[in-house]
Design a protein around this ligand. Structure first.
Ligand code: PHE
Length: 349
């Protein structure tokens, strides 16, 4: 090392060049190569340090310190840059791996609404188009809503129409799984003043034995119109309009006299069995007709129970099975498939 001053200035420029390359390195591998230039075999600093012993004693200390400090500075730059790269790699990984729940990937259909839900929405649409609103009520009901307010006091024989699942809660017999959607009528009439026109879809339960037309849990949609001067013809026309809209113009429907404690007069409505086309089969028990639900003009006793003046207001109500509608429209011989969650069946719709 002949000229320590020029030697030192060369080390300074090597340091500056390495420092610049450290600052701009984008890969950990680049940093390893640079670390080698600082203190590895080919390092000018290591070479300079080795020659210190041959310097005049008064220069040894100055050059030694300069080399040592330059190496220390570069080493700390290396550590700092390595940490920066690791942090940004981590950040990148986190960004790539983050689960984006807002992302919609339209590549493959992963499931769809159940056929019964689809039918419920379609039926709601038919009635919305006719000026009805949609309302809902609870699945667990009290005796008042499920029976009493619907003109079925305790021990009324008509309660036998509904084989009821009672809850082991509260007073015995006071709470139950609703057996029909008619309690929602009562809730609506209590909370709203007429005129009312609403449909009320939902799940209902009865202690029935399952067969080709029945399951203990099923879906109904209830309809209620309260206004002045409502007649049975309004009811019949509404049912005709809905069956035509849902089953198509070729389906035939009929009303037959019936009895419900909450309507007077009452009727059952039926459509031609779509399984056999009306000639009679197992599904329609050989009659050629399938009952969809019940209907009638609101009984004055119900109006009285909810505080609506039966001298002023009149109304009609109906309630029918959504599952039964699905069964008829799609020609499903056994309704139980709607509850079985067999993908081979569900995937067809
Ligand atoms: N709630 C009755 C049933 O489930 C159907 C019905 C509703 C009848 C409204 C008349 C009026 O069988």
């Amino acid at each position: 090392m002949s000229d320590p001053a020029s030697e030192l200035s060369e080390l300074t420029s090597v340091e500056a060049s390495i420092a610049l390359r450290i600052a701009t390195a984008s890969e950990p591998d680049e940093l390893s190569a640079l670390a080698n230039e600082v203190n590895g075999r080919g390092s000018v600093f290591v070479a300079a340090r080795r020659q210190i012993g041959s310097l005049p004693p008064d220069e040894r200390r100055q050059v030694g310190r300069a080399v040592h400090d330059a190496m220390k500075r570069l080493e700390s730059l290396l550590i700092q840059r390595r940490e920066e790269l690791e942090a940004s790699g981590e950040e990148l990984r986190r960004r790539v791996e983050r689960l984006d729940l807002t992302e919609v990937v339209p590549v493959r259909r992963r499931g769809h609404l159940h056929l019964v839900s689809q039918a419920q929405m379609e039926l709601e649409d038919v009635f919305l188009g006719m000026g009805f609103v949609v309302a809902e009520g609870p699945e667990i009901e009290t005796d008042w809503y499920n029976f009493e307010a619907l003109n079925m006091p305790r021990d009324h024989p008509a309660r036998g129409m509904f084989d009821t699942f009672y809850l082991r809660a509260g007073e015995p017999g006071s709470l139950m799984l609703r057996t029909h959607t008619s309690p929602v009528q009562v809730r609506l009439m209590e909370s709203e003043s007429p005129p009312i026109s609403a449909v009320m879809p939902g799940v209902v339960h009865r202690r029935d034995t399952a067969d080709a037309r029945h399951t203990p849990t099923f879906h109904q949609i209830e309809g209620l119109v309260v206004d002045q001067g409502v007649t049975f013809a309004d009811l019949a026309g509404t049912i005709e309009a809905f069956t035509g809209a849902y089953f198509g113009p070729s389906s035939r429907s009929r009303l037959r006299p019936s009895y419900f404690p909450f309507t007077e007069p009452s009727a059952e409505f039926e459509i031609t069995c779509t399984i056999c086309g009306g000639s009679g089969c197992r599904t329609c028990s050989g009659t050629g007709w399938i009952e969809l639900g019940g209907c009638g003009l609101v009984d004055p006793a119900v109006f009285e129970a909810v505080g609506i003046d039966p001298e002023v207001w009149t109304g009609f109500a109906f309630g029918f099975g959504i599952d039964r509608c699905v069964q008829m429209r799609h020609g499903i011989a056994d309704i139980r498939v709607l509850m079985e969650n067999d993908l081979r069946f569900l995937e067809q719709f």
